[in-house]
Design a protein around this ligand. Structure first.
Ligand code: C2O
Ligand code: CU
Length: 455
């Protein structure tokens, strides 16, 4: 169900795009800020969301950049898939690229055959189709993206959001789906392949990319009047980390749905692959979300913050009260002590290792289905690594020996430089699950392995 939108959409006044001499058919991004268009549900039955995703080459215009890339159904971000917890998702991928691809469902617990990781096969060939069908067991904000030549395909614009709603949650005045990606000119990149998208249109390590929100740079979003907004944020960048700050911070959810209680973080670090849901109470003062300079090679960096986006209201009035969210209130699990598996993260300059091994020459670790197990993650490198594992959520037990203030369940967690993080898993599905860094250049550079869950 789509909440009624009280939105009038406006684009910041940036003048005409610099590529106006281009054939308009090459300009894929409509002017004006908007939520990504939602996928059409091809199955009228209640409880089933059936969608088609067609991956194809697509020019990308972001701010003043015009780049070769790819898109699902002609749009970047791809269509938002909106379902309710308990629904079945049926998705058919149509591969109109000239290379193989897959769709991976990031953050979902699902049968292994549906995962789209495809590390053990060729993926879906050009011109071919693939169909998946699985139940959506958890509410939250998830995303989908390819998992083959992942750095280049995601970099070119292949990603979209999957929203699984919980009917127990209240309906805000407006909901914003905000897919954040940093883009830069591929100057330093090698020559692109025939369909483009080669090199790295996004900010490579150390370079200063331009952050875009659904493809729009520093959008201004105009609400009809004071409103409570539920914002669903996804960091879809290959390597860019956001450090967001705004007034009256209220965080509702992280990767795996509602938090145990409302959080009021002073800053929100959003690493590649991470999601967060925020409650923005917007009155006549408006609201600006600032992004502070931050690098995965050193954390907080020098420089001035830049606005990521601004919200304003067309009518006067104070900010409304927040909504009554059905937070679970669960207490954190106690650390049982001992480690069942240890993962060390090392490497530099393009060679990235887990336990001293580079993908694909890796040793599989194994744990049993449905049993609690502790994984200890040790980052011994001079770079942060957003740790991600497929097929199972994990609870954070401790970070450098200190338990988090509240129960923290994630599927992607930024490992700080020299951090040791202990997490608890209880894998719900068997399979040879990928475990990797979500800085996609690190994953493609070797920082990827397999955690097998056996019956
Ligand atoms: Cu976002 Cu291995 O995935
Ligand atoms: Cu990494």
């Amino acid at each position: 169900m789509t909440p009624a939108l009280l939105l009038t959409l406006a684009c910041s006044d940036r003048g005409p795009p610099p590529h106006s001499e281009e054939d308009p058919a090459d300009s894929p991004t409509p002017a004006g800020w908007q939520n990504p268009a939602e996928a059409e549900d091809l199955d009228p039955a209640a409880g089933v969301l059936e969608v088609r995703l067609r991956a194809a080459p697509q020019a990308q215009q972001v701010g003043e950049l015009l780049l070769d890339g790819y898109a699902y159904n002609g749009q970047t971000p791809g269509p938002t898939l909106r379902a309710r917890v308990g629904d079945t998702l049926v998705a058919t991928l149509d591969n109109a690229l000239d290379e193989a691809t897959t769709v991976h469902w990031h953050g979902l617990e699902l049968p292994y055959a549906m995962d789209g990781a495809s590390w053990d096969g060729g993926g879906v060939a050009p011109g071919a189709q693939a169909r998946v069908e699985f139940a959506l067991t958890h509410a939250g904000t998830f995303w989908y993206h390819p998992h083959l030549n992942t750095d280049r395909q995601v970099d070119g614009g292949l990603y979209g959001v999957l929203i699984v709603e919980d009917p127990a949650e209240p309906t805000p005045d407006a909901e914003l789906v905000l897919v954040l990606d940093d883009w830069s000119a591929p100057e330093a990149a090698p020559a692109p392949p025939p369909h483009g998208g080669g090199g790295s249109p996004h900010g490579a390590e150390g370079s200063e990319g331009t952050w875009a929100v659904n493809g729009q740079v520093q959008p201004e979003i105009v609400l009809d009047g004071p409103a409570v907004v539920r914002a669903r944020l996804v960091n879809a960048s290959n390597s860019g980390v956001l450090d967001l700050r705004w007034e009256d911070p209220r965080q509702l959810a992280s990767d795996q749905g509602l938090l145990p209680a409302l959080a009021t973080p002073e800053r929100l670090i959003l690493a590649p692959g991470d999601r967060a849901e925020l409650e923005w109470r917007v009155g006549e003062q408006g609201l600006t979300v600032w992004d502070h300079p931050y690098s995965h090679t050193g954390g907080e960096a020098l420089g001035e913050p830049t606005p990521l986006l601004t919200l304003r209201t067309a009518a006067q009035g104070p900010p409304p009260d927040g909504l009554d969210w059905p937070f679970g209130g669960a207490a954190p699990s106690a650390d049982p002590g001992g480690s069942d598996l240890v993962y060390t993260f090392t490497g530099d300059a393009g060679t990235w290792l887990i336990n001293g091994e580079a993908w694909p020459d890796v040793t599989w670790q194994r744990i049993p289905l449905g049993e609690p197990r502790v994984l200890e993650l040790r980052n011994l490198s001079a770079t942060q690594h957003p740790f991600h594992v497929h097929g199972m959520a994990f609870e954070v037990l401790t970070v450098n020996g200190v338990p988090p203030p509240a129960r923290t369940v994630e599927d992607t967690l930024n490992l700080g430089i020299r951090d040791t993080v202990r997490v608890l898993v209880r894998p719900p599905y068997a399979g040879a699950w990928m475990l990797h860094c979500h800085i996609l250049e690190h994953a493609e550079g070797g920082m990827m392995t397999v955690l097998e869950v056996t019956e």
